[in-house]
Design a protein around this ligand. Structure first.
Ligand code: PEP
Ligand code: CO
Length: 399
């Protein structure tokens, strides 16, 4: 039997990827203040998304999730919010038109601030400083003051999220809902925004919260917090995930096997998806766990360019996505969603595409605070691939 859950029970679990806060008393004071703030999203909207995702599980809708790798304070502007919203909406329209399916739009927006890192320290010119962990924790500039984790940053992240949600609501006015999501990584912040939901609890920082590939191990503090919240939940599934571990995660995160609760986001890499995904799909199906299978074709395809940029070749991104749909179909499942890092801005961060970005172009408009994003043209090309694939499914069903 699982032990008793409470909003703070994660503190008794093994935890990864948290900042080393220099002043624990300042952290606790900030968290106490945040705990009194209004929820960012109301529970009925999170539940509305869960119902929509249940429709996608049943093959009657498609999930499109995307936005920045990391939102930043510096790039906060109404134009950037509107630009990302417009791009996701254009991608959704293309997919909806050719598939005949409603497309559920979920932004990596209004809260996607905290980043997991491979190393705790960054070393440059003989100096070691804490790694940048996202604007909610510390600053990206390589100096001791910026890199020191500062709890006051959580208030700015909260305000920016609230303002972003306000703009998104205005853009959605009268039309289809637009949902928000982020990786539930910074657990003290997430706990401060847990609110009552009837007899239970939900995470009020976003409609949809996901657990990253580095924090999804069984018994992790991240799994513990999210198992007690009523939101729809995502789990990133990277190449090291074994089928039996995935099944244990599903048992703890969705013991009641509620439809719409779990989205599995495969992020294997184009070179590993054939080898790693089929066994996961089979194991989940054999146990009759209701899940939505989505594909993040970004995070398994990151390389370093010859001129030193972290980049992703569009051809590998599209190859993984194509393989995802083919593998799902071969296993008798549906590829029901896609999860991308993209921006409405005309950046040069990923190489390739129909209007190709070359390695030499990377330096000209490389603005990301973390991972390389698809620009508008590259994102629309990806949406076209999804649209064509789903249109093929529809033709096959009609034949
Ligand atoms: C991310 O989505 O930005 C991320 C860090 O992904 P993953 O946990 O899959 O590596
Ligand atoms: Co990323």
């Amino acid at each position: 039997m699982a032990s008793i859950w409470s909003p703070g029970s994660w503190r008794r679990h093994e935890i990864e990827q948290q900042p080393a806060w220099p002043d624990p008393a300042a952290l606790e004071a900030a968290l106490a203040e945040l705990a009194a703030y209004p929820p960012l999203v109301p529970p009925h909207e999170a539940h509305g998304l869960k119902s929509a995702l249940a429709e996608a599980q049943a093959g009657r809708a498609f999930l499109l999730q995307g936005g920045d790798c990391a939102e930043s304070f510096a790039e906060f502007s109404v134009d950037n919010i509107s630009g990302n919203h417009a791009l996701l909406t254009a991608m959704a329209a293309l997919i909806a038109e050719s598939s005949g399916l409603p497309v559920i739009r979920v932004g990596r927006m209004a809260g996607q601030f905290a980043k997991p890192r491979t190393r705790a320290l960054e070393r440059k010119d003989g100096i070691s400083l804490p790694m940048y962990r996202g604007d909610i924790v510390n600053g990206i500039a390589f100096d001791p003051a910026s890199r020191t984790p500062d709890p006051d940053r959580m208030f700015r992240a909260y305000s920016q999220s609230a303002a972003t949600l306000g703009r998104l609501r205005e853009l959605a006015a009268g039309g289809e809902p637009f949902y928000t999501s982020h990786e539930a990584l910074l657990l003290s912040y997430e706990q401060a925004l847990v609110r009552r939901d009837g007899a239970g609890w939900y995470g009020s920082s976003a409609h949809f919260l996901w657990i990253g590939d580095r924090t999804r191990f069984p018994g992790s503090a991240h799994v513990e917090l999210l198992r007690g919240l009523s939101n729809p939940i995502g789990i990133k599934c990277g190449p090291s995930l074994e089928p039996d571990v995935l099944l244990r995660l599903l048992d703890s995160l969705n013991p009641a096997r509620e439809a719409g609760r779990i989205t599995l986001i495969a992020r294997m890499g184009a070179d590993r998806i054939e080898q790693r995904l089929p066994a996961l799909i089979r194991a989940v199906a054999a146990e009759d766990h209701p899940v939505l299978w989505s594909c993040d074709p970004m995070h398994g395809n990151t390389i370093r360019s010859a001129n030193g940029y972290k980049t992703r070749p569009v051809e590998r991104i599209l190859a993984e996505l194509g393989a995802f749909f083919a593998i799902a179909a071969a296993e008798g499942e549906r590829g029901g969603g896609v999860h991308v890092e993209m921006t409405g801005r005309d950046v040069t961060e990923c190489t390739g595409g129909a209007e190709p970005v070359t390695e030499r172009d990377l330096e000209s408009r490389y603005h990301t605070h973390c991972d390389p994003r698809l620009n508008r043209a590259q994102a629309m090309e990806l949406a076209e691939l999804v649209a064509e694939t789903l249109a093929g499914d529809e033709d096959a069903a009609a034949a």
